[in-house]
Design a protein around this ligand. Structure first.
Ligand code: AOF
Ligand code: ZN
Length: 373
């Protein structure tokens, strides 16, 4: 059984892991706390960027000699491989750690086996402490490992009657400044942001992040001001993007996905990729897009708009989480937040489970995940 001090340390380790969100892809976020032989915190660390030291190594360095006879509390099973860094299972033994408490087993076959190696060497090992919370902070990476595609979060802003634009097409500032700041945080934690060509034409969004920092997925990069920028992805099957679209301004990497049979495109400020068309309905094949992004090390995707694209992702059962920002306003007419998702009758409704409801200034933020079927 884990002690109260270990449970407290795991809560702290999960918070530390969260600091890595948006910076560690294609790797997981991981946090670690070292308790000394008396159960007091001796060192803390988290995985800060892919290729950098693992969380355990940072925490052991901080603890120094106080690690001897102590316990390592870590959100993910310590690795057992020599990758870009040495095996953490070995580093923990070398530092004199006598007990390891971890939350979630490592599903990555190449790195797994740390728990067994530690146990074989005589270290006490316990798994599963606060596993749900630790898995939640690492949901993007765990989803990627399980399904071979990025975690997809669909975010929308709408009035209370579910409209994302007025009848004349105007859509600016439906939600408050607080909600918009929250969307910026979501962007900063994502490896890629995805929009459809309809949204591009209607809103000409820029999709860059202000005020974030660090390094990210191989697809993401640091912009000219040193801010880490998610990869901007535009689904533009017919290659209709205007050469002066704001996403082509070069401040962040941009990928334009067009259909295999689309006209030739040469765009300054963006890379182009050709993908198969959807087998049913308009647009591109969503699984093919996600496979392409996964291959680029993208572990999390923020689906930003608009209703047609969201419908296509939902029809492909490729949405892992929904975040709706609802403004207490009514429009009565205008584009809905979501267009056709292949659902025709009420028994087919995509049922969700609420995981969070928060007031943001005047708005309501609702977070939900597909209910298990
Ligand atoms: C991390 N950070 O703190 C821990 C990880 O690319 P490498 O060689 O650094 O290895 C990455 C793998 O190591 C990763 O997929 C996961 O299975 C394991 N543990 N990874 O990036 C960490 N503890
Ligand atoms: Zn490791």
């Amino acid at each position: 059984m884990a002690t109260t001090a270990e449970a407290e340390a795991m809560r702290r380790a999960i918070a530390l892991a969260a600091r890595g969100l948006g910076h560690t892809s294609p790797n997981p976020v991981v946090g670690c706390v070292i308790l000394d032989a008396d159960g007091r915190t001796a060192g803390e660390g988290w995985h800060q960027r892919a290729g950098g030291p693992h969380a355990e190594v940072h925490a052991l360095r901080a603890a120094g000699e106080r690690a001897r006879g102590g316990t390592a509390v870590v959100t993910l099973e310590p690795c057992n491989h020599t990758g870009r860094t040495g095996p953490c299972a070995q580093a923990l033994q070398d530092a004199g750690i006598v007990r390891v408490v971890y939350a979630v087993a490592d599903p990555n076959a190449k790195a797994a086996g740390g728990a067994a190696a530690l146990a074989a060497a005589g270290t006490a090992v316990e798994s599963g402490l606060l596993a749900d919370q630790a898995a939640a902070v690492n949901e993007a990476w765990l989803t990627s490992m399980r399904f071979g595609r990025p975690f997809v979060l669909w975010k929308y802003a709408a009035t209370l009657d579910g409209r994302s634009a007025a009848a004349d097409g105007t859509s600016r500032w439906i939600t408050s400044a607080e909600s918009r700041a929250d969307v910026h945080r979501l962007r900063a934690e994502s490896d890629a942001v995805v929009v459809g060509s309809g949204t591009l034409r209607a809103d000409d969004p820029h999709l860059a992040v202000r005020g974030a920092s660090g390094s990210g997925a191989s697809g993401a990069s640091s912009g000219s001001n040193g801010v880490r920028q998610p990869l901007r992805v535009v689904l533009d099957s017919k290659a209709t993007i205007a050469p002066d679209a704001r996403v082509l301004d070069g401040t962040a990497p941009t990928l334009i996905a067009v259909a295999e049979d689309a006209p030739a495109v040469r765009l300054a400020g963006a890379e182009t990729v050709r993908l198969p068309r959807a087998t049913s309905g308009p647009g591109l094949d969503i699984p093919a897009l996600l496979g392409e992004l996964h291959g680029r090390g993208i572990r999390s995707v923020l689906l930003e708009g608009g209703p047609t694209l969201a419908g296509a992702f939902l029809a492909a059962r490729a949405v892992d989480k929904v975040v709706g920002y609802l403004a207490p306003a009514l429009l009565g007419a205008g584009a809905p937040a979501l267009a056709d998702a292949g659902i025709t009758t009420i028994t087919q409704a995509l049922r969700l489970e609420l995981t969070d409801v928060t007031r943001l200034g005047p708005d309501l933020r609702i977070t939900a995940v597909p209910a298990p079927t």
